[in-house]
Each structure stands twice: as C-alpha cells, then as structure tokens.
Design a protein around this ligand. Structure first.
Ligand SMILES: [Fe+2]
Ligand SMILES: [Fe+2]
Length: 234
C-alpha cells in the first residue's frame, strides 16, 4: 500500500475515502482491504482510474454493488462539503484580510465562490436525499426479488432518466472562476496564497470530474438495467 502512495501522492485522499488511513507499514493492498472490509476489486479499479485518466473500465466497475459505489460517492461528497470547500473558502478569506488594496477583486472571487459552494451543496443534497436512496431501493428489489412498501414508494417516486437529464455539470462554474483568476484579475501582492487557491481549484475540478464520471458512466447505466428488472417484477 505504501508503494501505491509513493507512486502517486494524489491518491492519499482517495484511499482515505475508503476509510484507509496512513501508517500501514509494509502491509499489502489486499491485507489492508481485508482489514478495513473494503472490496478489493472496487478499490483497485478506482485507484487505477484516479492514477491514469485514460483508464476507465466501465463494464468492470458496473459489476460492483451499488451499495459500495454509493458509499464511496457519499464519502467523496462529505470530503467536498467538510474539507475541500471550506479549505478554499478559508484561503480566500485570508487573502481578503491580507490585502486592502485589491479588496474589490477579492470580494468578487469570494462572492463567485460562495455562489459555487451553494450550487455544489444543492447538487450533493439532491443526490444524497433523493437519488442514492432510490438507487439502494432498486438494488434491494433486484437482489431480493421482493418489494417492500418503502421500496415501492421510492421506486415509484423517481427514475434514473430523471437524474440523468438533470445531472448538471458541476465543474463548469469552477472553470469560469479559474479563467477569471488566470486571465482577467490583477493578482494581489500575496501571490503565494493566490497561486495556492488556484491550484486547489484545479485539484477540486479534477476530483469532481472523476466523481461525476462514476455517476454518469457507472451508476446511471447500471440503474437503467436494474430498472428493467424491477419493471418485470412489479
Ligand atoms: Fe455526486
Ligand atoms: Fe453529481
């Protein structure tokens, strides 16, 4: 496991979302996955997709139980909401305190980022409150062949096509903010902090890309197939 991190330190937050923390000594990936009850196949597929952007074994990933995929997506959501967004927000605030002269530019960045944060939070809440419970209900119906009253209600209240159609691009607005900062604003004198913010925005954007790819290319097609099975059962 240590070799995985030595090879690509960007994987530290990714493995952490599986509940795997640093300090694993010489233990192998399999040993750690067994200990933490992580699906080894899912772990390997996912780590490889983060390591190599051209590697995306859609079919293989679609064989992973939705329960595991949803658990991973939820951990990623929580890292956005509780860590990444607040980290960037804190740095923008620090920039605002440090600079009196460039106040209007910094305020513009701050307002833009606030708007983005609200948009992403709303997107995540929709998935957590409506989409994921639906996905889990559909999977349970398929697995057990039984339809409880609650699962029937969830199944009838939503459809994955609805999710697919409304699944907007959460990276777009982030790209706009980066463009404004890179192309149009005069950098404040605290360039170190300013560059750090831009780097974090790039990292967040990349992470969101990988996240949305799992929702669009794994979860949605998997659900389309499962919905067909449920339709036959009901
Ligand atoms: Fe998501
Ligand atoms: Fe999403």
């Amino acid at each position: 496991m240590a070799d995985v991190i030595q090879m690509n330190y960007m994987l530290i937050p990714v493995i952490y979302r599986f509940g795997i923390n640093l300090g694993f000594g010489d233990k192998t990936v399999k040993e750690i996955c067994d200990e933490t009850e992580v699906d080894l196949n899912f772990f390997l597929q996912l780590v490889n997709t983060y390591h190599d952007k051209d590697y995306f074994p859609k079919e293989e990933l679609q064989t992973i139980p939705s329960k595991n995929i949803v658990a991973y997506l939820k951990m990623t959501h929580s890292s956005y909401l509780n860590e990444k967004l607040s980290e960037i927000e804190g740095l923008i605030e620090a920039l605002q305190h440090a600079e009196a002269e460039d106040e209007k530019y910094i305020l513009l960045i701050r307002n833009f980022f606030e708007g983005y944060k609200n948009e992403l939070t709303e997107h995540i809440m929709h998935e957590e409150e409506l989409v994921f419970p639906y996905v889990l209900a559909v999977e349970e119906i398929c697995k057990t062949g039984m339809v409880s009253a609650r699962n029937r209600q969830l199944y009838e209240s939503f459809s994955i096509v609805e999710y697919q159609d409304g699944h907007d691009d959460v990276e777009e607005k982030l790209m706009d903010l980066k463009t404004i900062m890179i192309k149009y604003l005069t950098p404040p004198s605290n360039t170190n902090l300013y560059h750090k913010i831009i780097q974090l925005l790039f990292m967040l954007e990349q992470d969101l890309n990988y996240h949305s790819r799992i929702e669009d290319k794994v979860l949605i097609p998997k659900m389309i197939l499962m919905e067909k099975t449920v339709a036959e059962l009901i």
